[in-house]
Design a protein around this ligand. Structure first.
Ligand code: AP5
Length: 211
């Protein structure tokens, strides 16, 4: 399955819940890049140069790192991808790579208005260790600055600053939004209203998976 939606739609928040509920592994392509950055690898430095301004990391690099993750999790009863694919080239590469194991079953599209996306991203803080997202006002951690799950330090992502958010939204509507139609035509798209509470959106996603 894949989770599609604009920056701040709640993909990361819901990916953890779905993966736990269905007992399948999940990965966010953004987390793979942030992990490389934390380890200061060549790939991490390359990714940073695109991410900090809100652009997309080039397709060849992105496809390679996600395919490596998929190969490492083959045979685990399926998987959930958050934030991949984001371009037509990535979608076609994914289809080719997993055609023998039956392809993508569901593309879950979380739809949220731009006004709400900007509000969510401006107040988001995430865990440096496990990447769990929080929101300053709507879902604060129990202890200020500390992750409820693992006790890691919370911080604001560089690309959540206003200028980068604007660019990420522009890039999303140009490059990624057309994939909604791509998966609709393939008959596997399920669209979910992402503006309810975290619990309501989670329930709607699980229902959409079973439908
Ligand atoms: P990535 O890390 O994937 O970021 P994104 O897609 O922009 O998505 P976000 O993580 O910003 O948002 P989300 O939908 O996960 O929302 P969240 O759950 O955190 O990518 C970052 C960068 O990496 C890209 O810009 C690009 O450079 C690069 N990259 C990644 N993948 C790539 C690819 N495939 N190709 C090329 N480049 C790639 O929630 C947001 C906030 O809202 C949180 O504060 C949360 O607490 C709150 N919230 C969540 N749900 C609700 C709700 N229902 N009600 C109220 N608040 C809520």
């Amino acid at each position: 399955m894949i989770l599609l939606g604009p920056p701040g739609a709640g993909k990361g928040t819901q990916a953890s819940r779905i993966a736990e509920s269905l007992s399948v592994p999940k990965v966010a392509s953004g987390d793979l890049f942030r992990d490389q950055q934390a380890r200061d690898t060549k790939l991490g430095r390359l990714a940073r140069s695109y991410m900090e301004t809100g652009g997309l990391v080039p397709d060849d690099v992105t496809i390679r790192i996600v395919m490596e993750w998929i190969k490492a999790h083959e045979g685990e009863g399926g998987f959930l991808l958050d934030g991949f694919p984001r371009t037509r080239v990535q979608a076609e590469a994914l289809d080719r790579e997993i055609v023998e194991s039956g392809g993508i079953d569901r593309a879950l599209y979380v739809n949220v208005s731009t006004k709400e996306l900007v509000r969510r991203l401006a107040g988001r803080i995430i865990c440096r260790s496990c990447q769990t997202p929080y929101h300053e006002y709507s879902s604060p951690p129990i202890m200020v600055g500390k992750c409820d799950r693992c006790g890691g330090d919370l911080y604001q992502r560089d690309d959540d600053k206003a200028e980068a958010v604007q660019k990420r939204l522009e890039v999303y509507f140009k490059e990624t939004d057309p994939l909604v139609q791509f998966y609709r035509e393939a008959g596997i798209l399920r669209e979910i209203d992402g503006e309810g509470t975290v619990e309501d959106v989670g329930t709607a996603l699980l229902e959409a998976i079973e439908r």
